[in-house]
Design a protein around this ligand. Structure first.
Ligand code: GTQ
Ligand code: FE2
Length: 370
């Protein structure tokens, strides 16, 4: 924040500043150091939630939020501790633009269909046999799959398998909320029934780099499920060559019909970092939510070391220096707001030039949950 000018403490200035507020007018001389920073100063903080915490709280939630009680889907979101102005739950924000949660569906349960103006995505962390039904297409989900639910399409979930099913949700809820663009509508009779074959889009787009003839005019992403085996096959191709020094072996999930991000407002990546890999630090305008899908390591964010292992979730806020180091072969799934920053032409990236691209570790993150 900029230095406050000394005249701001003069009595006549203070009196005037106070005077105008009764007319719902604001003093720019007070506000400018707060709202027009030299560089992004996000209110979102770097933070980490462990897989054990999420598993424990979801299982407790399963006891409390039973199907007999009806009600909302069983999702617990990551509330960034820097974004709590709205009481009592906070901004429903994991970063300033993005929301992420973990959702649990038990065998036999259903989450009723609805549609909304927020775009959604899911990354499957545990289980099999559950499906999401998007606009009449049942899409069966397996570990490592990445799915999209484009905005304004009917969607609900069902579970035909034997074991609990857990996945990560991410939506652009805070962005849509802050621009006043929220629409939501429940489906009139519970869970929508299928009207096309199961896994229809995944089968039609099995080619990966090709699309079915006739699919050249798509408003929404035509592929609903990006299967884990295809993701790893893509990464294996990259592994024959040198890794990216900032990202390791990393791919972006794209809309195969347009080449743009799979969701119009959220970017998504999977990155493979072999045992001992240490990325060079960088910072950028966009923010990122990570899920450690496999492996273990740590991420240094503005000098603070965040140790992670498979199952954990963590946030890298806007403009924070960050680098990853692994202890095992690791896969990190991540969601970012690059498409939003790009829309405003605000995306900037800087490399950490000193000390061979590595920050000095000044402290370690300590979880409140042990
Ligand atoms: O599963 O459709 O975590 O609508 C938040 C809002 C999940 C969903 C969330 C949603 C959903
Ligand atoms: Fe939804």
């Amino acid at each position: 924040m900029a230095e406050q000018a000394s005249y701001l403490n003069d009595k006549d200035v203070k009196d005037f500043t106070k005077d105008i507020q009764q007319f719902n007018l604001g003093p720019l001389w007070e506000a400018i150091p707060e709202v027009m920073n030299k560089n992004p100063e996000p209110h979102a903080q770097a933070y980490l939630w462990s897989g054990e915490l999420m598993e424990k709280k979801l299982m407790e939630a399963a006891e409390i939020f039973t199907p007999e009680r009806g009600g909302e889907r069983r999702a617990i979101y990551f509330q960034n501790p820097g974004l709590t102005y709205r009481k009592p739950w906070g901004q429903v924000s994991t970063t300033q633009t993005l929301y992420a949660a973990v959702q649990l569906l038990l065998p036999g349960e259903e989450a009723p269909s609805h549609r909304h103006s927020q775009s959604a995505l899911r990354f499957i962390t545990e289980g099999e046999g559950a499906y999401t039904i998007v606009q009449g297409e049942r899409i069966f989900m397996e570990e490592g799959d990445f799915l999209i639910t484009p905005k304004n399409l009917w969607h609900g979930h069902g579970h035909l398998g034997e074991k609990p099913m857990i996945w990560m949700d991410a939506l652009d809820i805070p962005t849509i909320y802050s621009i006043g663009g929220t629409f939501f509508e429940p489906y009139e009779d519970g869970l929508q029934q299928p009207n096309v074959p199961d896994n229809f889009s995944e089968k039609r787009y099995r080619g990966g780099m090709v699309r079915p003839v006739g699919d050249d005019k798509f408003d929404v992403a035509p592929l609903a499920n990006y299967k884990w085996d295809r993701t790893t096959a893509a990464i294996e191709g990259l592994m024959e060559f040198d890794p990216d020094p900032n990202h390791g072996f990393a791919i972006e999930y794209i809309n195969p019909s347009t080449g743009k991000s799979a969701n119009p407002t959220m970017g998504t990546r999977m990155q493979y970092l072999p045992d001992g890999f240490h990325t060079n630090a960088l910072r950028h305008t966009h923010s990122t939510i990570y899920h450690a899908f496999k492996g273990s390591g740590y991420t240094v964010i503005n000098g603070v070391r965040f140790d992670w292992k498979a199952g954990d979730y963590f946030v890298v806020p806007n403009w924070a220096w960050y680098e990853h180091k692994t202890f095992e072969d690791s896969y990190l799934f991540s969601v970012n707001d690059i498409p939003i920053m790009d829309r405003f032409e605000l995306e900037k990236v800087e490399n950490y030039e000193i000390n061979h691209g590595h920050q000095k570790i000044t402290s370690e993150f300590k979880s409140v949950f042990r």
